[in-house]
Write a protein that binds this ligand. Structure first.
Ligand code: FAD
Ligand code: PYC
Length: 414
């Protein structure tokens, strides 16, 4: 792989940019791999990357039915934070947040990590008590958050109206090193690094069946033929239920559309991320100047990857009391992604009833922030059979009633 650098940009500028190579190869599938990952979203690609980097496993294929990063990874609103309540969650999300800090250097790819700070507004007494509790838990977990006063909120985000008649701002849970990153770049950076390690990323190749023999995985049938493997990682977000069915087991997962939209670009007005979870809305401002806005998940199961007028109306109405300037903006475009929801709003990173098959799903509305930590832990689980990062997130927790309830920290209404 040719390294990207200031020197390389200068050199290419002098020769009309004719020397850039492909960022990743487009190979035909081989007959057999040590590991096949289904799904070239952030979690699938990060898993492959850490399988190679941390465990020396490079005979790996990542199979994607569309284009890499074209699922939720390329559709999210890019918020990164680790202010979760339970220890197991804080550990994996903080691991991920830490890896984001150095991801551009690690991958030699600018993922535009911007630790601009994330605040979750407290707009009811109940919410305030909840965030105070989270701030205390985070202090014990080594996650840097604090509960801040309304005055400090206003100082950080002057566009806010603290004194709404229904939901005045009572303070906020503030994570100064939370922020955003460019979502496509995260997928592209991992893809380039995986390809450089000799892994095969096979796009426009849909997995249609999972083959097994004597309770053990043997491979997958795809639209490009049968591909054999010793280990299989299923990392397909909203399609996890279908893949599990192909493999012969069931998952406690529902598929729901989550939508977002952006406004016309305006001059810089907001330099942090704000989530207003009581009213179901959140916003940040992109580098292009658009207000990036989202609300709650659709309240019915579906597989549509698009937005709806009712969602714009509902979310904008919820936000204008606290951000009156939004009422003056034109909205530009909207979209949706299919998210994979568990009952406790925590992910599943687990072995499965089929020998050799591992599942990584259930990130629901909040998995972008987790991509590097999830990839790190899931790769360790697949390579060695155990990872301290994923140990609490096994499928057996649903049978044993050991839920990891993160419905408040998830931040997005379900
Ligand atoms: P995906 O990126 O969806 O990748 C799964 C891939 O599997 C897809 O590319 C799909 O095509 C492929 N696939 C499916 N079936 C098959 C098959 N049969 N064969 C081959 N390939 C298959 N999270 C945050 O942390 N912060 C946010 O601000 C945030 N905002 C969001 C906003 C929206 C509107 C949405 C929709 C999600 C948001 N999320 C956010 C959640 C986050 O985007 C997801 O949790 C995360 O991207 C999931 O990544 P993934 O790799 O698991 O899934
Ligand atoms: O998990 O922070 C999050 C999030 C924000 C918007 C959607 N998910």
């Amino acid at each position: 792989m040719r390294r990207y650098s200031a020197f390389a940009i200068a050199r290419e500028a002098l020769r009309h940019h004719t020397g850039w190579g492909r960022a990743w190869a487009a190979p035909e599938p081989k007959k057999h791999y040590d590991v096949v990952i289904v799904g070239a979203g952030g979690h699938g690609l990060a898993t492959a990357y850490y399988l190679g980097k941390n465990h020396g496993l490079t005979n790996v294929a990542i199979i994607e039915k569309g284009w890499l990063g074209g699922g939720n990874t390329g559709r999210n609103t890019t918020i990164i934070r680790s202010n979760y309540l339970q220890d197991a969650s804080a550990a994996i999300y903080e691991k991920a947040r830490g890896l984001y800090e150095t991801m551009s250097q690690d991958l030699n790819y600018n993922v535009m990590f911007s630790p601009r700070g994330v605040m979750m507004l407290a707009q009811t007494e109940h919410e305030k008590r909840g965030y105070l509790r989270t701030a205390h838990a985070n202090a014990l977990q080594g996650v840097a958050t604090e509960f801040i006063t309304p005055e400090r909120v206003k100082q950080i985000a002057p566009i806010i109206n603290l004194d709404g008649p229904r939901y005045p701002v009572l303070g906020a849970l503030w994570q100064p090193r939370g922020g955003t990153a460019r979502h496509d770049a995260v997928a592209w950076g991992y893809a380039r690094a995986c390809s450089d390690m000799g892994m095969d990323i096979i796009q426009t190749c849909e997995v249609t069946a999972v083959t097994r023999e004597g309770g053990k995985v043997t491979g997958v049938d795809t639209t490009k033929g049968h591909i054999g493997c010793t280990k299989l990682g299923i990392v397909v977000a909203g399609h996890s239920g279908q893949l599990a069915e192909m493999a012969g087991f069931r998952l406690p997962i529902e598929a729901v559309a989550l939508q977002a939209y952006v406004s016309e670009p305006i001059k810089p007005a907001l330099d942090c991320v704000i989530m207003a979870n009581t009213v179901h809305g959140y916003l940040s401002q992109s580098d292009k100047g658009e207000m990036v806005i989202g609300g709650g998940a659709d309240n019915h199961n579906n597989f549509t990857q698009r937005g709806s007028f009712s969602h714009i109306e509902e979310t904008t109405r919820a936000l204008v009391e606290t951000f009156p300037m939004l009422s003056r903006l034109k909205m530009l475009r909207q979209w949706g992604g299919i998210v994979d929801m568990t009952g406790d709003r925590s992910p599943i990173l687990s072995k499965t009833p089929v020998d050799g098959i591992f599942i990584n799903c259930g990130w629901g509305t909040g998995g972008f922030k987790a991509i590097p930590g999830s990839g790190w832990g899931f790769a360790e689980l697949m390579a060695t059979g155990h990872s301290p990062l994923t140990a609490e997130f096994g499928l057996e927790r649903f049978r044993e009633g050991r839920f990891i309830d993160e419905s408040v920290a998830a931040g997005v209404a379900h």
